[in-house]
Design a binder for this molecule. Structure first.
Ligand code: COI
Length: 432
């Protein structure tokens, strides 16, 4: 009887296992904390568990706070008339807001089934966030411009350290997908990514405002003015052309793009977000067109139509790539799901996979379908062809309340409809 009870107890604990990670990156289960295995613990483990308990208390304090969600318009208005005082306010807002947003997601990760969090890639991301949380929490208030310079350098380093979070997490989760339902996996991934976008937006915006204020960065790039990272007159046609040019240089013999509609359309938006989406959509359209028309004397062009509506900017991208459902995809929502990613070979570890494609890129040997600047500039990082592009584009599109829809005409081609709000009055996604 006793043995049975113990087994049930253990099972119960496995079920609601909490995952925790110490300074040294030690991964411990809740049952260890609770002392079930007390006799097997060394003194130093006991000490680090004590610290873990304390850290988790800190995490709870932060996780209990609401995020202070912003609109695009607020980011522009606040950044428009910068002076020293406002810059210091901005620094302290970022300093205190980011640990709250990170804490929400750490709590989220702690609620995943334990086996998922022990997956190498997922564990790595968890550790990165713990470390970042601790660093932000301990960062002293910023009072002077010199202190702000140091804070910007601190932000810059963390942004860099986190540059491979998305492919690492996406691959890690797809390798552990048998343990998560597709809906759970997708809603978890959405929360992680929306929150990450939001944190990077705040950090990058603050760095840009600081650099513009100190004269290190110009307030306009190629004649396009911006406030921090928000381009106030972002020209949509120019973004399409830029993405198309990069893709045609990289993809051998890919089709050309014909742009029509309201060609002068410009609006206030984060350029890196728009370019990421356009880049992924055009890449899919071009690749499908090239492979569906292999024996044709010439490739039918991609058509991109820009429309400036009263409340939003629309872009339709039409291709003659044969449509979507000849592939493995079963329903349109599968295309936006992270549970159908194709791991690049189950035997390689996530680190090896991330390392492999980074090496390929460093050697300048780009495979024809590989990443280019818009993926890096948007903070997604280089990633292999595993199906991240559409789910990520959907998250970027919906971040400030826009939408992305796909309509397939099987046997002919695909139309993609992107709509982004023009007025900048929507709050960031609820998941921050
Ligand atoms: C990320 O890039 O994953 C972040 O959370 C960055 C933030 C800590 C500045």
């Amino acid at each position: 009887e006793e043995q049975k009870e113990r087994e049930i107890d253990e099972k119960q604990m496995e079920d609601d296992d909490i995952y925790a990670c110490g300074d040294e990156g030690a991964v411990l289960k809740r049952k260890d904390w609770l002392g079930v295995n007390r006799d097997r613990r060394s003194e130093s483990t006991a000490l680090s568990q004590h610290r873990l308990f304390y850290q988790n208390k800190q995490l709870e304090l932060y996780a209990a706070k609401e995020a202070n969600r912003l609109t695009l318009r607020q980011l522009v208005f606040f950044g428009r008339s910068m002076d020293e005082d406002r810059l210091i306010k901005s620094a302290n807002y970022v300093r205190t807001e980011l640990p709250v947003r990170i804490a929400h997601r750490l709590r989220d990760m702690q609620k995943l089934p334990f086996i998922v969090v022990t997956q190498e890639g997922v564990a790595k991301v968890y550790e990165l966030y713990w470390t970042a949380f601790e660093k932000f929490r301990r960062y002293p208030p910023i009072n002077t411009l010199e202190e702000n310079v140091a804070f910007c350098r601190f932000l810059f380093d963390i942004l860099h350290e986190h540059s491979t979070v998305i492919p690492t997490l996406a691959l890690g989760l797809s390798l552990s997908s048998p343990h998560l339902s597709p809906d759970d996996l997708d809603s978890f991934m959405r929360r992680m990514l929306v929150s990450r976008i939001s944190r990077r937006v705040l950090a990058e915006h603050h760095i840009a405002l600081s650099e513009i204020q100190s004269g290190k960065r110009l307030p306009a790039t190629h004649g396009e003015p911006h406030v921090g990272i928000i381009f106030t007159g972002l020209n949509v046609k120019r973004c399409i052309e830029k993405c198309g040019n990069i893709l045609r240089q990289r993809g051998n013999g890919w089709p050309e793009i014909q742009i029509d509609g309201h060609l002068e359309t410009s609006f206030a938006y984060i350029k890196e977000h728009l370019e990421y989406i356009l880049f992924e959509l055009l890449k899919n359209a071009m690749r499908a067109t090239a492979s569906n028309n292999r024996n044709a004397p010439s490739l039918p062009p991609i058509r991109a139509t820009i429309v400036a509506g009263a409340n939003d900017v629309g872009v339709r991208i039409s291709d003659q790539g044969g449509g979507l459902f000849h592939t493995l995809v079963k329903t349109p929502s599968d295309l936006f799901s992270f549970s159908h990613l194709l791991p690049l070979g189950m035997r390689a570890t996530v680190d090896e996979q991330v390392g492999q494609w980074q090496q390929t890129l460093a050697s300048g040997n780009y495979p024809d379908d590989d990443a280019t600047d818009p993926e890096v500039e948007a903070g997604v990082g280089h990633h292999p062809r595993i199906g991240i592009g559409l789910p990520m584009s959907n998250i970027f599109a919906t971040y400030f309340g826009g939408s992305l829809e796909l309509v397939t005409l099987d046997g002919w081609g695909t139309d993609v409809y992107l709509r982004l709000p023009k007025l900048g009055t929507n709050l960031e996604g609820i998941e921050v």
